[in-house]
Design a protein around this ligand. Structure first.
Ligand SMILES: [Zn+2]
Ligand SMILES: [Zn+2]
Length: 218
């Protein structure tokens, strides 16, 4: 069994984040996590740089996974949600429709997780900063069930789609500051050690999302 926070940003490549890569490791260990995934906006860490950080983490018993978070739009430029991508070895820097993104990643053997599908947008209007109900029609491999901006109501909507589609739910903190790391995380039944194994376990559905006990009060 392994506990991984599958959704973390660092200030190295996400302008909106304040987490220094070196603090990332310390904080994750303090939180009792076995690993975490770096998912910067619109890019994957260059392999060499990532491997250096991963070695540091592994020396302290922490698994680091290289991923990315991709923003999608329809042909009119309207948001179609954000997606966490694993197993795609280049940065997905272009603009993609959600269906196309999923297709591109699947063709290379990767997996796509719908990020915070029912997170409410902060512009005061009642729409989602996520894929929302269109989730049902997208061939994502998993969906982020536990996210700090998804309350119980949002989670019950996610669970409905999980059931309908037969896909698992993940947990990720979407941390932009170190203290947020581990607020939500994913439990892997198997003792995974690589990105390939992570992908395999997500596809097999041998995972489940949750949050740390303190988050229950919210
Ligand atoms: Zn996001
Ligand atoms: Zn994010």
């Amino acid at each position: 069994m392994k506990k991984l926070d599958l959704h973390v940003h660092t200030r190295r490549y996400s302008d909106c984040a304040f987490i220094k890569p070196e603090d990332l490791i310390t904080r994750a260990i303090e939180e009792g996590l076995d690993g975490l995934a770096i998912t910067e906006h619109g890019m994957r860490w260059p392999e060499r740089e990532f491997n250096a950080l991963r070695s540091q983490a592994e020396a302290r018993g922490l698994l680091l996974i290289n991923g990315q978070e991709i923003y999608t739009t329809d042909e009119l430029g309207r948001m179609e949600g954000e997606f966490l991508v694993f197993g795609f070895t280049r940065s997905l820097t272009g603009t993609y429709k959600a269906v196309d993104l999923i297709d591109i990643v699947h063709r290379e053997g990767g997996v796509v997780i719908a990020a915070h599908p029912y997170k409410l947008s902060r512009n005061g209007k009642m729409h989602y900063y996520g894929v929302g109900d269109r989730l049902e029609y997208l061939k994502v491999d998993a969906v982020e069930l536990f996210h700090p901006d998804q309350n119980e109501r949002a989670r019950s909507k996610v669970q409905r789609v999980m059931k309908k589609r037969g896909i698992p739910g993940t947990g990720g903190s979407d941390a932009h500051v170190a203290s947020a790391i581990g607020a939500c995380f994913t439990i892997f039944e198997s003792d995974i050690n690589t990105e390939e194994e992570l992908i395999e376990e997500i596809r097999a559905g041998r995972i489940r999302g949750t949050h740390r006990p303190a988050e229950e009060k919210k």
